[in-house]
Design a protein around this ligand. Structure first.
Ligand code: CUV
Ligand code: SF4
Length: 647
């Protein structure tokens, strides 16, 4: 396959060619080596949950239709999907737990390397949980908040306080009626492992119910806690300029790539990297400075808060090493390909693992400890500087970067969307009601070599904004948009329909708003909750003209994310189908019947433009149901005027 068929990203194409010339393999080749991939696995109908198996169900109806225990395709595929949700929710929520521990450390210790950077957000979050903030010190409030969020993980009675504090009341009522209100974060993950054990029930709908509950514990629990506490500890993002793509690597500087998901280490690395002593040391070794760049969601965390450039998204991790210019690839957890280890050994690049949860054979391990954060960050940066002098191969950095604006949040979207004086979602709701904005879509998620790299994200986004649908984005999808120039305000003129263009031009915002990392999909949930609360667009998230998509998803986290969006009432399209197609009833349930219960459902569509049209169709149907597609929108000039006054 030619580089052009693998990625639409120019920098990636260049590096893919370089890689082919050097005879070094990558994820795309390994995908080819895996062909044909196991059909049973793809369809979700193999089970190895006990040692009577492994079992598989014959999708053609000729061979066995159940496993040895009698589990049929629907049971097997549902159980497999649940275990994906458990893994995804666990990954997000364990990240949330780590941040919660760091927060607790800040609250309890007299001096530590972290501090509360956003006191306003602390108070706002505390208020949500019903913690009294009047006349109390920051420490006191933080102590109470720390106790509340810590308790969320292992709570033994009642229900998740976070979901109750943030989700719309109508939605909570529905969850209660359906019996899917999450009780505690860890418990829902554990219950999935229990309920999918051999011989614990076969009713696929009841299995999915637990999947829903666990995913909600992620979205409205673990992930949301990760986002809120990160804002409090590292500062809430504000709109900020950034550079993206492999061209942000600098031949003359010490290049450190931070890769993975958590902000605790990377945030400190960014701060420490500008210490004069380290800069001096870099100079002594012949470098012009220290350049930090990111890959995957660790990148998104420090991009959102510090404008640190993005070297690339998931499928560019190997390509970044190929530049020969990376002195240290510093990783924490999640989405780190084990392949990096052997690849780094072809170059001078040091792969450094930092989490006890993620050690890689062949990598150097410098264990990160929050109580020694600065010291360890310095040690890592020194290692990178020392390694700068070991560069051997020719350096090949594609001269390709794009610029954009990131740093949008549930809170600052108030201002970004024109509510400058009043903190209000009114202008956004009014724009939707008047029809200048048809609705909003979340385009999120990974890359997957099964789809042309970045292509699905970009084509889907272009189709949406052309039809006046505002896009919010996270994860590797957001990086794809950034690299393609869709996060520049000027993109509005080129790609948007008239309504969205006018809004972007008036406000100086891009048509695609970067709202952060994968755990920050919780920001999309809270944005939706705010739109509902602002009024005029129905009583629940399922009434809103919105849709979600993960066109290039690959990770189990994406399954949890998709499930909690569906369970929150959002129509959600994924590119690669969920591995359930071998289970007919389950597939029908997830892509159709479940909507009657939850107001949201899944759809599978690989063609990104077709997928976008499904989303637009859904958005228009919601507008019809709200009665805002009628011709009386002239009357809405009142609101326009009000809006004009508000600016
Ligand atoms: Ni969690 S999960 S590839 S980095 S978005 Fe990127 Fe974001 Fe998927 Fe991983
Ligand atoms: Fe086979 Fe049932 Fe065991 Fe799964 S749980 S491996 S279907 S016997």
């Amino acid at each position: 396959m030619e580089p052009k068929e693998r990625s639409i990203d120019k920098a990636s194409q260049e590096m893919l060619k370089h890689m082919a010339d050097a005879g070094i393999e990558n994820a795309w080749e390994r995908l080819e080596q895996q062909q044909p991939q196991c059909g049973f696995g793809k369809l979700g109908i193999c089970c190895r949950n006990c040692s009577m198996g492994p079992c598989r169900v014959d999708p053609f109806g000729e061979g066995p239709q159940t496993g040895i225990c009698g589990a049929d395709a629907d049971t097997i595929a549902a159980r497999n999907m649940l275990r994906m949700i458990a893994a995804g929710a666990a990954a997000h929520s364990d990240h949330g737990r780590d941040i919660a521990h760091t927060f607790k450390m800040v609250v309890e210790s007299e001096s530590c390397d972290y501090m509360i950077k956003d006191e306003n957000k602390l108070k706002a979050v505390a208020t949500r949980y019903g913690i009294n903030t009047k006349g109390r010190s920051i420490k006191e409030i933080a102590k109470d908040l720390s106790d509340v969020v810590m308790n969320e993980f292992g709570r033994q009675d009642g229900a998740l306080a976070t979901a109750a504090a943030y989700a719309p009341k109508t939605r909570q009522k529905l969850w209660n009626q359906l019996g899917v209100t999450p009780r505690s974060i860890d418990r829902e993950v554990v219950e999935i492992m229990h309920t999918t054990h051999m011989g614990v029930g076969s009713d696929y709908k009841n299995l999915i119910k637990q999947g829903v509950r666990c995913s909600l514990a992620d979205g409205w629990g673990g992930s949301l806690i990760a986002t809120e506490l990160s804002d409090i500890l590292f500062g809430s993002p504000q709109p900020i300029r950034f550079g993206a793509n492999l061209g942000v690597l600098d031949k003359k500087k010490v290049n450190i790539i931070v890769h993975g998901h958590e902000p605790t280490l990377s945030d400190i690395v960014v701060a420490v990297s500008q210490e004069s002593e380290l800069l001096k040391f870099a100079k002594e070794k012949g470098a012009d400075g220290i350049n930090i760049a990111g890959i995957c969601c660790t990148a998104n965390e420090i991009l959102m808060r510090h404008g640190i450039p993005v070297a690339g998204n998931f499928l560019q991790q190997e390509l970044a090493i190929m530049t020969g210019a990376v002195d240290v690839m510093l990783v924490d957890v999640q989405c780190i390909m084990p392949a990096l280890s052997s690849l780094c050994s072809c170059f001078h690049t040091k792969l450094i693992t930092t989490s006890p949860k993620c050690k890689i054979v062949g990598a150097e391990h410098i264990e990160f400890r929050e109580d020694k954060a600065v010291q360890i960050a310095r040690q890592i940066i020194k290692t990178a500087i020392e390694n700068f002098t070991n560069r051997k191969s020719e350096i090949k950095i594609p001269k390709i970067t794009e610029r954009g604006i990131a740093g949008f949040t549930t809170e600052n979207i108030y201002y970004a969307l024109g509510g400058s004086f009043r903190r209000s979602y009114r202008p956004l709701n009014d724009a939707i009601i008047s029809g200048r904005l048809r609705g909003a879509a979340g385009v999120v998620g990974c890359n997957n070599p099964k789809q042309m790299h970045d292509y699905c994200h970009i084509e889907m986004i272009k189709e949406l904004i052309k039809n006046d649908v505002l896009v919010v984005s996270t994860g590797c999808g957001a990086m794809a948009a950034g690299k393609a120039g869709l996060m520049r305000p000027e993109a509005a003129e080129k790609y948007c329909g008239q309504g969205l263009r006018e809004i972007c031009e008036t406000l100086g915002i891009p048509p695609v708003l970067h709202v952060g990392s994968c755990v920050d999909n919780s920001r999309i949930l809270t944005i939706l909750a705010n739109i509902v609360a602002e009024g005029g667009l129905g009583d629940d998230i399922s009434d809103l003209p919105v849709a979600g998509a993960a066109p290039e998803w690959m990770s189990e986290k994406a399954v949890s994310i998709g499930m909690y969006f569906v369970a929150s009432g959002v129509f959600t399209v994924v590119g690669e189908p969920l591995p359930v197609l071998g289970a007919e009833k389950l597939t029908k349930y997830l892509t159709d019947e479940i909507e009657k219960e939850l107001g949201g459902k899944w759809a599978f569509e690989k063609d990104p433009v077709k997928a976008a049209r499904l989303m637009i169709k859904h958005i228009e149907a919601k507008r019809d149901a709200l009665g805002i597609n009628t011709k009386k929108d002239r009357k809405l000039y009142d609101m326009e005027e009000r809006r004009a006054l508000a600016i």
